[in-house]
Design a protein around this ligand. Structure first.
Ligand code: PRP
Ligand code: URA
Length: 242
C-alpha cells in the first residue's frame, strides 16, 4: 500500500503478511540521483519514532540518534571509491576483495553536526575532523558563518559533511561554499543528514548536482518558523542542553 499524499506505507518484518504490518509515515521520495535515502526499514522507522517523540528524554534521544547516525555513516562509506585487494586466508586460499582508496575527513557544522562526529570516529579510527560554525538567525532563518578550522590538505580528501537537520538548506549550502572555496571538488563531498525538508533537498540537489546527500528521511515540509515538520524540534537543544 502506498499513499502518496501522506507517504504512509506498511512497515514490518518479512514474515508478517501485508495485512499484519502496521502502517507508518515513510520518507518522501525525490527524483535526484545524487540524493540517497536510507531504506525505510521497520528498524529505522522505530528509531526515528523515538527521536521524534517530544516525550523522549535526553539520554534516550542521544542513544537513538546515535544509532541512526551509525546507519548514515555506514551508508555514506559505501560511496567512497574502492580498489581490488586480494588477501590470503588462514586456510591457504585467496579471497578477492576490495579496499578503500583515498583519504577522507569529516567536517561538522556546529553545534548540532558535532553530534555526528563520534559515529564517524567509531567507523573510521583517528579520522581528521574539521569544524564550521554556522548559526541560523532565529528571526530570519538566514545562516551566519562565524568560524572554520579545516585540515590543511582538505582539497585532496573526500569530505563527509555532517549536520543532522537540513531545513531551508541555508546552513549546509554555506558550508559547501566554504569547502569549495578551499578547493574541495563538489563530487568529493558527501553530506550526511538525519532529517531533511523537501524544499531544502530540491534547492540543494539542483545547486550541487555532483555532491551526494545521504539522508535518513525527507519530511513533509517547513513551518512558519522554518522548522522541519513533523520533524523533531531543535536537534542541538535536545542532544546537548534540554
Ligand atoms: C540547525 C541545524 C542546521 C540548521 C538547519 O542549526 O543543525 O545547521 O539549523 O537549518 P537550515 O537548513 O534552515 O539552515 P542551528 O543554526 O539552529 O544551530 P545549532 O546547531 O547550534 O542548534
Ligand atoms: N534546526 C533544527 O534543529 N530543527 C529544525 O527543524 C530546523 C533547524
Amino acid at each position: 500500500k502506498n499513499d502518496a499524499q501522506s507517504h504512509t506505507q506498511c512497515v514490518g518484518p518479512d514474515y508478517q503478511s501485508e495485512k499484519q504490518k502496521p502502517t507508518a509515515t515513510v520518507s518522501t521520495e525525490v527524483p535526484y540521483d545524487n540524493v540517497h535515502i536510507l531504506p525505510q526499514t521497520p528498524q529505522l522507522i522505530s528509531l526515528l519514532t523515538m527521536i521524534r517523540d517530544k516525550n523522549t528524554q535526553r539520554a534516550d534521544f542521544i542513544f537513538y540518534s546515535n544509532r541512526i547516525i551509525r546507519l548514515l555513516v555506514e551508508e555514506g562509506l559505501n560511496h567512497l571509491p574502492v580498489v581490488e585487494h586480494s588477501v590470503s586466508t588462514p586456510v591457504g586460499r585467496t579471497y578477492a576483495g576490495v579496499m578503500f582508496q583515498g583519504k577522507i575527513c569529516g567536517v561538522s557544522i556546529m553545534r548540532a553536526g558535532e553530534a555526528m562526529e563520534q559515529g564517524l570516529r567509531d567507523c573510521c579510527r583517528s579520522v581528521r575532523i574539521g569544524k564550521i560554525l554556522i548559526q541560523r538567525d532565529e528571526e530570519t532563518s538566514k545562516p551566519k558563518l562565524f568560524y572554520d578550522k579545516l585540515p590543511e590538505d582538505i582539497a585532496e580528501r573526500w569530505v563527509l559533511l555532517l549536520d543532522p537537520m537540513f531545513a531551508t538548506g541555508g546552513s549546509a549550502t554555506m558550508a559547501v561554499d566554504v569547502l569549495k572555496s578551499r578547493g574541495v571538488p563538489e563530487d568529493r563531498i558527501l553530506f550526511l543528514n538525519l532529517i531533511a525538508s523537501p524544499e531544502g533537498i530540491h534547492n540543494f540537489a539542483k545547486r550541487f548536482p555532483r555532491l551526494r546527500v545521504v539522508t535518513a528521511f525527507i519530511d513533509e515540509g517547513l513551518d512558519e518558523k522554518n522548522y522541519i515538520v513533523p520533524g523533531l524540534g531543535d536537534f542541538g537543544d535536545r542532544f546537548y542542553t534540554l
